[in-house]
Ligand binder design. Structure first.
Ligand code: ITT
Length: 206
């Protein structure tokens, strides 16, 4: 089955091809002739994934899907959330994004520690976080959503260079290593994207 993937992120394309496997012919937005940046202005992962898929569907009329994803960090009040890709700026730079994340978390931890020293009550500083994906599929004009979550925590420094984006600082729950160290093949078996896209594949096969 031919599906256009409404993304400009090569890491997502690589993972989707492996997760969906044989039987799916994944065409990138660029291969479908869409080379401009696809607008993404929503406040939720679902709103953004739908916006990206609808953009492609309106321009091509082809069956397509989009993935909007991001990191929710407890000590940052659930941020950066839908701002994950552009956390440190519009250039989507993974090195600067991870550096800002580690810096902001260290600042919040220091603030919490000062408050405790002053005898002020403060929520327990945790490094818990999760990746979330909303996949929006448009099949023959009908919209379907598939969601996935990967729980975990944020490492104190970058480790490994597998995967993409924030993978070198994300430790999945129950593991000692980061996604960067675990590598993409294993990550796909437990990831937010793996869960969402396998659910989509099941639906399409059914
Ligand atoms: P498209 O919108 O073109 O698909 P994007 O990179 O802008 O690409 P998002 O708006 O969904 O995608 O941003 C999600 C960001 O969250 C992404 O750029 C990464 O920095 C991060 N991210 C999402 N999934 C990730 C994963 O599996 N591993 C590491 N980082 C991830």
């Amino acid at each position: 089955m031919k599906l256009v993937f409404a993304t400009a992120n090569p890491g997502k394309v690589r993972e989707a091809a492996e997760i969906l496997g044989k039987g799916f012919d994944i065409i990138t937005a660029a291969e479908a002739g869409i080379t401009e940046e696809i607008p993404e202005t929503g406040n939720t992962f679902r709103a953004n994934s739908l916006q990206k898929a609808e953009y492609i569907y309106k321009k091509t009329g082809l069956n397509c899907f989009a993935d909007d994803s991001g990191l929710e960090v407890d000590i940052l009040g659930g941020g950066p959330g839908v701002q994950t890709a552009r956390y440190s700026g519009e250039d989507h730079n993974a090195d600067r994004n991870m550096a800002k994340l580690l810096r902001e978390m260290a600042r919040r931890e220091a603030e919490a520690s000062i408050m405790r020293e002053m005898g002020l009550s403060t929520p327990h500083a945790t490094r818990k976080a999760r990746f979330r994906t909303s996949a929006a599929l448009i099949l023959n004009g009908e919209i379907h959503f598939f969601d996935g979550v990967m729980e975990g925590s944020i490492a104190r420094e970058r480790r490994g260079d597998g995967g993409f984006g924030y993978d070198p600082v994300f430790i999945p729950e129950g593991m000692d290593q980061t996604n960067g160290e675990l590598g993409e093949a294993f990550k796909n078996t437990i990831s937010h994207r793996g869960k969402a896209l396998r659910a989509m594949a099941e639906y399409l096969k059914g």
